[in-house]
Design a protein around this ligand. Structure first.
Ligand code: CS2
Length: 477
C-alpha cells in the first residue's frame, strides 16, 4: 500500500489546498504530540488555507525522534480523523519540519531567533515545566544545570533563553510571543518565570530587552485526542488507501481560548474559531477544575474496575453517577465558570463528550503523570472548599482511590509518571500522606487537615479490602 506523501494524496479525502512550498515558519511548537496535531494544528491549517502561508509550523521534540521518524518520510503530512457517529478524515499539511533538540540544539535556537518566527507555543505536558505545586521548581536538576551553564540547554526554558539572547543580538527590532497550550494554570506566566530565571543569570541586557519584545501568554485548550494505536492506523488504511505511520484521532468538539496579549504579530486565530480574551484565568479554571478533574475521577475509578477506556467506565451507573455527583457537589460550589457559562450545563456537556464510544480514550492515558495532573485538577478545589469549611466526601474518596491506583498500576507495571521511582519505594505503605507528599500536596492546606486525611485513608483501605465497585456502592448509599 502507498505511503501518504505530498505527491500521492488520497483521492476523495479532504486535504489542505495551499502551496506547502510557499509556506514559511511563523510558529515554532514544542511537543508535536497528538493533542497539538488534533487541536492547534487544525486552526493553523485553516489559516493557511485562507492564504496566511506565513504561519507554517516547525516542531521541536525535546526528547524523542519518534514523531520526526514517523512523519519525515511522508513530508510531515498526517491524517486527522474525527470519531463520533460520523468518521471524517482530513490530510493535514501545516507541519514544515520537526527538529529533534538533542540532535540539533542550535537549529532549535536559530529557528526561534529568526525574525520570521512570531509565535512559540508548547504542549509538553505538565511534567515538561518542572513544577512543584504549580510553580517552577528552580531546584529541578535540569534547570539548575542550565542556571549554571546555558551552553547545552535541555528544557524549554533553556532553549527559549538561548534563543532570546540570540534574537536580542541579531534581530533587536523583532517581537515574539510565547504561548502555553498545556493543561496548567497560568502557563504563560510559568514560562516567563523559568526563562527570566535564566536570562537574569546569563544576560541581563537580553532580559531588559525581552520586557518590550517578548510576550508570554496562556491559553485554554480543549479537544479529547487519544493516543495512536494499530487499530487507528488500520482504519486510516481502509478510509484513505494510504499508509500513515502516525495518524491522529479526536472528538468533533474543539475549543481554544487565547489570552490576547501578543508582543508582535498575532495570527488571526479568531477568524478560524478560536476566541481571544483579556482574562484567561476563568477559562483555564473551568477547564482544569471541571473537565480535567472529572476525567481523572472517572478514569481512576474505571482503571480500578479493570476497564480499559473512559467511555466503558462511564457505562457503569455507579461510576457515571459518582463522577457526575462529584462535579456537582464537590466542584461546582467551589469553582467558578466564566461569564456566560452555566456550571451544571458544562458538567453535562463534558460527561457527554467522555461517553463518546467511538473515541477510545484509555483510563491509563488519563492516569499518566497523575502526580502532576492532580496538583492542577484537584488540589486547588480541595483547598478552596476546605477554607470555606465545606465537606468533600467525593474528593476524600477520589484521593483514596488515586493512592490505590498508584499502588495497583505499579504492581501491574503500568504506571507512567515522573514520580514512579519515588512511589515504588513506598508501595507497601498504605498511609496516604507519603503519596500526597510525592505529589507536592504538602504545599496545600488540606495536607495538614487531619479529619480530611483520615477520611481519605479510610476510603483507600475500604477500596483495598472490599474492591472499588462495592466501596462506590456503599459510598452512594
Ligand atoms: C486528559 C486530557 O489525558 C488527560 O489528562 O484529561 O488530555 C483531556 O483529554 C484534554 O485536556 C481535553 O481537552
Amino acid at each position: 500500500m502507498i505511503r501518504l506523501s505530498a505527491s500521492n494524496l488520497p483521492e476523495n479525502i479532504r486535504h489542505y489546498h495551499y502551496d506547502r512550498n510557499a509556506m514559511t515558519t511563523g510558529i515554532v511548537h514544542f511537543g508535536i504530540g497528538n493533542f497539538h496535531r488534533a487541536h492547534q494544528a487544525i486552526y493553523v491549517d485553516d489559516l493557511l488555507n485562507d492564504g496566511a502561508t506565513q504561519w507554517g509550523i516547525t516542531g521541536v521534540s525535546l526528547r524523542s525522534s519518534s514523531m520526526k521518524d514517523a512523519l519525515a518520510p511522508q513530508d510531515y503530512l498526517y491524517t486527522l480523523v474525527t470519531l463520533s457517529d460520523v468518521t471524517e478524515c482530513r490530510i493535514m499539511g501545516p507541519l514544515k519540519n520537526i527538529i529533534v533538540a538533542p540532535d540539533q540544539p542550535q537549529a532549535v535556537i536559530d529557528i526561534i531567533a529568526a525574525p520570521t518566527t512570531k509565535l512559540v507555543s508548547s504542549t509538553i505536558t505538565e511534567k515538561g515545566y518542572g513544577l512543584a505545586s504549580g510553580r517552577v521548581d528552580v531546584t529541578h536538576p535540569a534547570l539548575k544545570s542550565e542556571f549554571a551553564c546555558l551552553q547545552a540547554p535541555t528544557t524549554i526554558y533553556g532553549f527559549l533563553a538561548r534563543a532570546i539572547i540570540q534574537r536580542f543580538k541579531t534581530s533587536a527590532d523583532s517581537k515574539l510571543t510565547i504561548m502555553c497550550c498545556d493543561n496548567i494554570s497560568a502557563g504563560g506566566d510559568l514560562l516567563k518565570v523559568g526563562v527570566e530565571h535564566l536570562l537574569r543569570k546569563h544576560n541581563s541586557d537580553a532580559l531588559l530587552w525581552s520586557q518590550d519584545h517578548i510576550g508570554f501568554i496562556s491559553s485554554m485548550v480543549d479537544r479529547v485526542s487519544p493516543a495512536t494505536d494499530e487499530t487507528l492506523r488500520n482504519l486510516i488504511k481502509i478510509k484513505t488507501g494510504r499508509l500513515d505511520a502516525s495518524p491522529v484521532s479526536a472528538e468533533p468538539f474543539t475549543q481554544w481560548i487565547i489570552e490576547d496579549n501578543f508582543a508582535g504579530e498575532r495570527p488571526a486565530f479568531d477568524k478560524v474559531g478560536a476566541v481571544f480574551v483579556d482574562d484567561i484565568e476563568p477559562f483555564e479554571q473551568m477547564k482544569l477544575r471541571y473537565l480535567n478533574a472529572g476525567h481523572t475521577i472517572a478514569s481512576t475509578l474505571g482503571y480500578l474496575c479493570g476497564d480499559t477506556y473512559v467511555h466503558e467506565s462511564l457505562r457503569r451507573p455507579e461510576i457515571l453517577n459518582f463522577t457526575r455527583q462529584a462535579l456537582y457537589e464537590n466542584v461546582l460550589p467551589h469553582a467558578a465558570v466564566p461569564a456566560g457559562y452555566v456550571g451544571a450545563a458544562y458538567i453535562e456537556d463534558v460527561i457527554k463528550r467522555f461517553q463518546n464510544s467511538h473515541l477510545p480514550y484509555a483510563n491509563l492515558q488519563v492516569g499518566t503523570d497523575s502526580s502532576q495532573k492532580i496538583q492542577q485538577r484537584w488540589f486547588p478545589t480541595i483547598d478552596r472548599a476546605l477554607r470555606s469549611k465545606a465537606s468533600l466526601p467525593y474528593f476524600e474518596f477520589c484521593l483514596g482511590a488515586w493512592a490505590v491506583f498508584i499502588q495497583r498500576s505499579i504492581i501491574n507495571n503500568e504506571l507512567s509518571d515522573p514520580k514512579k521511582a519515588a512511589f515504588k519505594e513506598i508501595i507497601n505503605t498504605n498511609d496516604i500522606a507519603p503519596y500526597l507528599k510525592i505529589a507536592n500536596a504538602d504545599k496545600f492546606i488540606f495536607y495538614n487537615q487531619t479529619v480530611f486525611i483520615k477520611a481519605v485513608n479510610r476510603y483507600a483501605q475500604k477500596i483495598r479490602e472490599n474492591g472499588i465497585k462495592q466501596t462506590i456502592i456503599d459510598f452512594e448509599c
